[in-house]
Design a binder for this molecule. Structure first.
Ligand code: ADP
Ligand code: MG
Length: 275
């Protein structure tokens, strides 16, 4: 356990979708805290509620019930426009499909959130240069997204998410559209950023990447079934054993409810986080 400041505090959060007379309970009483400097991965089989939870944390969607505080602000009590302001200031989002604007250059894509915030041109230029340097994309500043590899595009998306110095960086399957070389490099980048102090919450079904994080939360059927602190992120034998074990988890399949047993069995016997 760390004594760092709590940034995200979620209590008994539920989400019900209503579609054409059908009710889907996507989240059922989630409790979760994320502290400053944390790196949390949310894992679990398809349909378990991972994206729903991340959208709510990122203020892209609203919970049906429960409490959610971000930096001590009770988000559930905010109006839509207040929520948009908090989202703009506090959250950086990275998506599986990068979501870059195709006819804008790398610099222009990264600059966009600063334009929305009404930041002056000179400051924008300086911040864009800094953040492109941070993700090692300075040389590609004037390229268009389709002139870049998938991994490079995701680096640009990371830069765009970071340019406004958000409190929290959220990523939903950021390596989902990448080959393993590009995926590894994006994961290394996120890991480096976390070491520099960026707080990260990432959804992934790729258990190979769980060990990059400090903590793993397993979601199944809308519930947190485990919340474990990952063993030291180095090449120590113990850690490697855990990693090998995690790799045995089957790839995600839709409607694969039978995975519960597998996931439960393979959760490494790590120190319980006790949040
Ligand atoms: P995951 O990201 O873990 O695959 P999701 O959060 O996308 O899971 O989905 C959780 C459950 O909520 C699933 O049963 C899914 O079908 C349902 N769901 C997700 N989004 C919607 C939506 N917009 N409308 C209705 N049901 C949804
Ligand atoms: Mg999802």
């Amino acid at each position: 356990m760390t004594n760092s400041k709590v940034l995200i505090n979620i209590t008994n959060l539920s989400k019900i979708y209503h579609t054409g007379g059908t009710q889907t309970k996507a989240l059922k009483g989630i409790d979760l805290t994320i502290s400053q400097g944390d790196y949390v991965t949310i894992q679990g089989p398809s349909g378990g509620g991972k994206s729903t939870l991340l959208s709510i944390i990122g203020l892209l969607d609203k919970a049906t019930s429960g409490e959610y505080q971000i930096s001590d602000v009770a988000v559930t009590k905010l109006s839509e426009s207040q929520m948009a302001k908090v989202r703009n200031r506090e959250i950086g989002f990275i998506f599986q499909d990068f979501n870059l604007i195709g006819d804008m250059t790398v610099s222009q894509n990264v600059e966009l959130p600063l334009i929305y915030r009404g930041i002056d041109k000179a400051t924008r230029k300086e911040k864009v240069a800094q953040v492109l340097n941070r993700v090692n994309m300075t040389e590609r500043a004037h390229h268009l997204p389709n002139e870049l590899s998938g991994g490079q595009q995701q680096r640009v998306a990371v830069a765009r998410a970071l340019v406004g110095s958000p409190t929290l960086l959220l990523a939903d399957e950021p390596t989902g559209n990448l080959d393993s070389v590009n995926g590894d490099s994006v994961m290394q980048l996120l890991s480096d950023l976390n070491e520099q102090g960026v707080t990260i919450c990432m959804v992934t079904h790729d258990s190979r990447y769980a060990h990059f994080a400090k903590r793993t939360v397993n979601l199944f059927d809308g519930m947190v079934i485990s919340n474990t602190v990952n063993i030291k992120q180095d090449k120590a034998g113990q850690h490697k054993a855990e990693q090998n074990k995690a790799e045995q988890i089957k790839p995600e399949q839709d409607n694969d409810k039978g995975n519960q047993q597998d996931v439960a069995e393979l959760i490494p016997s790590k120190i319980q986080a006790g949040v």
